[in-house]
Design a protein around this ligand. Structure first.
Ligand SMILES: Nc1ncnc2c1ncn2[C@@H]1O[C@H](COP(=O)(O)OP(=O)(O)OP(=O)(O)O)[C@@H](O)[C@H]1O
Ligand SMILES: NC(=O)c1ccc[n+]([C@@H]2O[C@H](COP(=O)(O)O)[C@@H](O)[C@H]2O)c1
Length: 321
């Protein structure tokens, strides 16, 4: 386990916050075509830890409404590859937060898992990071990719990843400013799909200590997923229920169940993946010949009724349980 676990003080790996490319974020999103015409003001994440910097080019440094709590949303996952579903869950969360009116979003981050997460079908971490960067750089005003987790020398539990965001944003970054010049700490919340939350019940996959830390000290936005009974699970899981005031369940008003596993399968079978993920990512997959020789078992992917069960059993294998 990473020795910085739960440490909210001091610096980690000497990573500084890079404020050079700050672009302010507001809630009126420009149209996709407007964004696509703009040259991306983005410095890509490096491929080694020594050159790592925390991306802040779309981080809103000033809280506009002092009655609201500043919030950063973090999604952890494989993103092999990133799809429109992964991008949509952030937009669903944003709509939910605006409607709920308790928080003001200061930024959103994808944190792709490292290669030490031994899951079938993972492209190398630097490819996954780059595909995530391409997916957002011309399409979003508030989403960023943080490569820190992907660059670690060992598998990093999600609780430690959230500690890293707290460290970068609140400790090293000094939080955000209010209009009267004061500073405020930013709340960090995990954004996850219903399947990820259901994996909490797998013995030894998540430690109770980590779950209390993630749900109690940070908080969680859960996007419901077809086949996953999030409300039922929330009721039945003791730790989730204990922290239910810090757990927000987001309804999918338009069901979207694009899965990376199926995208990998389509690539392997030479089928079209157009309109499932951004063109820039499709081009990247083709250029780097990703997923062509994948050997993952595919029977479970096709059986959509058993999808959640199949994903959970895959996760047990991933962490060698
Ligand atoms: N259909 C979905 N609805 C809601 N959330 C989802 C859905 N698919 C993935 N997610 C969420 O997106 C995050 C990243 O997931 P991940 O990278 O595992 O995507 P995936 O498409 O499920 O991948 P794979 O098929 O490789 O398991 C997780 O929190 C996951 O729960
Ligand atoms: N104990 C833990 O912190 C723990 C356990 C299982 C999965 N996870 C995370 O959940 C995410 C799951 O991603 P996938 O759905 O792609 O497997 C990954 O980011 C992984 O690191 C964390």
């Amino acid at each position: 386990m990473n020795d910085n676990h739960y440490n909210h003080k001091g610096s980690r790996n000497g990573n500084g916050i890079n404020n050079q490319l700050h672009v302010s974020n507001n809630n009126t999103s420009p149209s996709a075509t407007e964004l696509e015409e703009d040259p991306p003001l983005v410095k890509n994440q490096p491929r080694n830890l020594e050159d790592y910097f925390f991306p802040t080019h779309r981080f809103q440094k000033t809280l506009q409404d002092p009655k609201k709590e500043p919030l950063v949303i973090v999604a952890c996952g494989s993103f092999s590859p990133i799809t429109y579903l992964h991008l949509r869950i952030f937009e669903m969360a944003k709509d939910y937060i605006i409607e709920d009116s308790k928080f003001e979003i200061m930024g959103g981050y994808f944190s792709p898992v490292s290669d030490h997460y031994k899951k079938e079908g993972l492209a190398p971490a630097y490819h996954r990071v780059r595909m995530c960067e391409m997916a957002v750089e011309r399409t979003s005003t508030w989403l960023m990719i943080d490569a820190w987790e992907s660059l670690q020398k060992e598998y990093t539990p999600t609780a430690v990843v959230l500690d890293h965001f707290h460290e970068m944003i609140n400790i090293q970054g000094g939080g955000v400013k209010t209009s009267d010049g004061k500073t405020r700490n930013v709340k960090i919340m995990l954004l996850a799909g219903g399947d990820l939350i259901e994996s909490f019940r797998i013995p030894n996959l998540w430690s109770n200590e980590d779950l209390h830390h993630i749900l109690g000290d940070f908080g969680c936005l859960i996007v419901e997923r077809t086949g996953a009974d999030v409300w039922g699970f929330l009721l039945s899981h003791d730790i989730l229920y204990e922290h239910r005031k810090n757990v927000y369940v987001i309804k999918q008003l338009i069901y979207n169940d694009i899965s990376s596993t199926k995208v990998r399968l389509f690539v392997k079978r030479g089928m079209s993946i157009k309109y499932l993920l951004p063109n820039s990512v499709i081009k990247y997959i083709q250029q780097h010949q990703l997923y062509l020789g994948n050997t993952e078992t595919i029977e479970s992917v096709i059986d959509s009724d058993n999808e959640v069960v199949a994903q959970i059993s895959k996760k047990i294998e991933v962490l060698n349980l």
